[in-house]
Design a protein around this ligand. Structure first.
Ligand code: GCU
Length: 675
């Protein structure tokens, strides 16, 4: 197995955290019966962290069950860390404080203890004072999930960091890396992981059979020790594809009975299983449409089968016609999620969650928020984002996505007065739901640094932190990640902050303009190809001609803008009110149209593309100052990526500018070089 790094849980670099040096013991004030794997893992984590960061391993002192959580010792003059369960706190939450010379982590369940443990380690790595800590934290989102698009042959769909560490040669891997993955994920609050690709084919269809269940169980137990529930993606047509039935009709009694029996077996063998994620009737995947049934029929059949075991069915709303005719101006892919699901609001069982991509298309650098958020009022909802950078530079370009996620979470839907943001909805506040949260298509693989670009780890780290504490700003999360990963040097912090915070705006500037999206090379989705998808079946058009560009989604066009609640609908529907960054998503606009910024569309295109490249050049230059300040291997890897990003940003700039100059015939006011 390839070696790999420990990222933000690296304990090899000494932290100068004087106070930690006095900590000699860990005292577990938790009864034997309540001491599960999470508590043991918390203790081990603390011991390892102290040994590495401080140089001495605290000894374990048992104090079984005596306590209500009150700290001990005091008078002895020695310091320790005390773990205690206390009733009355919310699930998974913790209180980290100091009392009588001890640091106390108090929680009402062992997950809370684990999260408090990782928080304490984070504080140590950031060299914060420990004995004045007083932090009470409760995760805002109930479900904080990673979706792996890993295939059983070891490849990863849209993976940019090597191969899978869950699968190789159609076998499930459980090894040291599995445990370290679980530690890293849990340390930022992740509590659910889907291990296999949403496109379930071939061997993956067999994950729910004898062939794999023992290994699935083993993997689920490693996860469970870190508070993570294992989920699998499911093939909707499994009864047929496993050769057992000739139909997967959700309203057939025989099919229902098959699933009931199947789930009895699966949950019997894998009691820690959380449930299943399903992509149905989408991009060639089977689903209830084959039988003239609805998504609610399909989801509810499965939900009934898993309900006796507390299982959850997560059903994706990424459903659209991928066989569109580009000549057809009426069909609008952006509408499809809404049109397919809105009419079903209220018809899903309580253990079904609809998983909705952040935007109506597909993880572009800029999209409006999906109109199902604020549309649905009687259905459990989860927000799906993609930290695998499929359309945002594939971890070859730096693109820190947390500012985008923050914008999405803060978007007001106007579904009711107050508590109406996406964040309110997916944290359960708006409708009092508990089956909700956020999922990210994750960016990891078996590369030694896990994420290809070292700084792409900030998206993995940040996603977890954001779900746990969405009140943190993207800047705060970035700063934290830098300090826990690279230490507390001011210059390192300042430069890496600049790089992270400049990266999404830069990427947006030199790629497709003003919310129109796409313009990428078909299939692999890397690099520019302005007309790559223009005459294809995928429903992703820009409609550029010699006069203008953009898709008319107003009331005069596809009507998509009107799917939002007021005042959003009127804002998006009106060219004069629509925010610049989404203008071409909603309207077909002449190149000579004046944006709210005061620039014409064409001048904006030229300017932003030149500026985007300038920012990348500046980023690369700043980065080079960190030679000798970052670990050498990491520095070399990142330097190579920045060199590539500079070159490829130029390719984007020149292709986009040339294309629009040739279409429009309008010169750049500043007479810069356009080919
Ligand atoms: C995108 C991506 C596919 C993926 C799909 C999905 O279209 O390119 O690889 O399968 O999203 O989210 O299901």
């Amino acid at each position: 197995m390839m070696g790999y790094e420990q990222l933000w849980l690296d304990y090899t670099r000494k932290a100068s955290c004087g106070e930690a040096e006095g900590i000699e013991y860990i005292c577990v004030r938790i009864s034997d019966t309540e001491q599960d794997a999470l508590i043991q893992n918390s203790v081990k984590e603390l011991q390892d962290a102290f040994e590495g960061l401080v140089g001495s391993r605290p000894t374990l002192r048992r104090d079984n069950g005596a306590g209500t959580g009150a700290a001990l010792s005091g008078s002895t003059g020695r310091h320790g860390i005390c773990l205690a369960l206390r009733e009355g706190m919310g699930a998974e939450s913790y209180h980290l404080f100091s009392e009588k010379g001890d640091i106390v982590i108090e929680a009402s369940d062992s997950r809370g203890i684990l999260y408090g443990t990782f928080d304490l380690i984070r504080q140590m790595k950031m060299e914060e004072p420990l004995f004045t800590l007083d932090r009470t934290k409760a995760p805002l989102m109930p479900m904080r999930m990673l979706n792996h698009w890993d295939n059983m042959d070891g490849s990863i769909e849209r993976g940019y960091s090597g191969e899978s560490f869950f699968f190789a040669d159609h076998q499930i891997l459980v090894n040291d890396r599995t445990r370290d993955y679980a530690r890293l994920a849990a340390s930022v609050g992740i509590n659910a992981v889907v291990i296999n690709n949403v496109n379930v084919k071939d061997a993956a269809t067999w994950l729910i059979t004898d062939r794999y269940l023992d290994k699935v169980k083993e993997l689920s137990e490693v996860f469970a020790g870190y508070g993570i529930r294992l989920y699998m993606s499911l093939n909707y047509a499994a009864p047929v594809e496993l050769g057992e039935l000739d139909s997967a009709d959700p309203l057939s009694d025989q099919v229902g009975a098959w699933w009931n029996q199947k789930m009895k077996t699966v949950f019997g063998r894998v009691p820690n299983l959380g449930g299943f994620l399903i992509k149905a009737d989408s991009e060639g995947r089977p689903g209830p449409f084959t039988y003239g049934r609805t998504h609610a029929d399909g989801a509810n059949m499965l939900a009934r089968a898993v309900a006796p075991y507390g299982g959850i069915i997560i059903w994706r709303c990424f459903v659209y016609n991928c066989m569109q005719d580009w000549r057809d101006y009426k069909t609008d892919r952006a509408r499809s999620g809404y049109d397919n699901f809105m009419g079903l609001d209220g018809s899903f069982l309580d253990n079904v969650i609809l998983q909705i991509k952040n935007g109506p298309m597909d993880f572009q650098v800029r999209e409006p928020v999906h109109p199902l958020f604020g549309g649905l009022t009687k259905t459990n909802q989860m927000l799906e984002v993609q930290i695998a950078q499929e359309y945002t530079g594939q971890q070859r370009h730096l693109c820190y996505l947390l500012p985008m996620f923050q914008e999405i979470l803060q978007f007001r839907t106007y579904v009711k007065e107050g508590d109406d943001t996406v964040r309110d909805i997916v944290s359960g506040r708006t409708f009092g739901q508990h089956n909700c949260g956020m999922a990210a298509v994750v960016n990891t693989g078996n590369d030694e640094n896990w994420t290809g670009h070292d700084m792409a780890a900030a998206n993995w780290y940040g996603f977890g932190r954001l779900c746990f504490e969405p009140e943190l700003s993207a800047e705060e999360i970035a700063r934290e990640w830098i300090r826990v990963t690279y230490g507390n040097d001011d210059q390192v912090e300042e430069i890496l902050m600049f790089l992270l915070m400049s990266s999404w705006p830069a990427y947006e500037s030199y790629t497709s303009p003003l919310g129109i999206g796409w313009m990428v090379t078909p299939n692999n989705h890397y690099g520019p190809s302005v007309d790559g998808y223009e005459y294809s079946r995928w429903g992703t058009y820009h409609r550029a001609d010699h006069e203008g560009i953009g898709v008319d989604r107003s009331h005069e066009g596809t009507g998509y803008a009107l799917l939002y609640r007021e005042p959003n609908a009127s804002v998006y529907d009106n060219k004069d009110k629509c925010p610049d960054e989404l203008l071409l998503f909603f309207h077909h606009i002449p190149y000579t149209w004046k944006l709210r910024s005061g620039k014409t569309v064409i001048q904006h295109i030229y300017d932003s593309h030149f500026e985007g490249v300038e920012i990348v050049d500046e980023m690369a230059e700043q980065f080079m100052k960190l030679q000798g300040k970052l670990p050498d291997r990491a520095y070399e890897r990142m330097a190579a990526r920045f060199r590539e990003q500079k070159e490829h940003a130029r390719e984007w700039r020149d292709q986009i500018n040339a294309y629009f100059y040739r279409k429009s015939g309008i010169l750049d006011e500043r007479e810069r070089k356009i080919y």
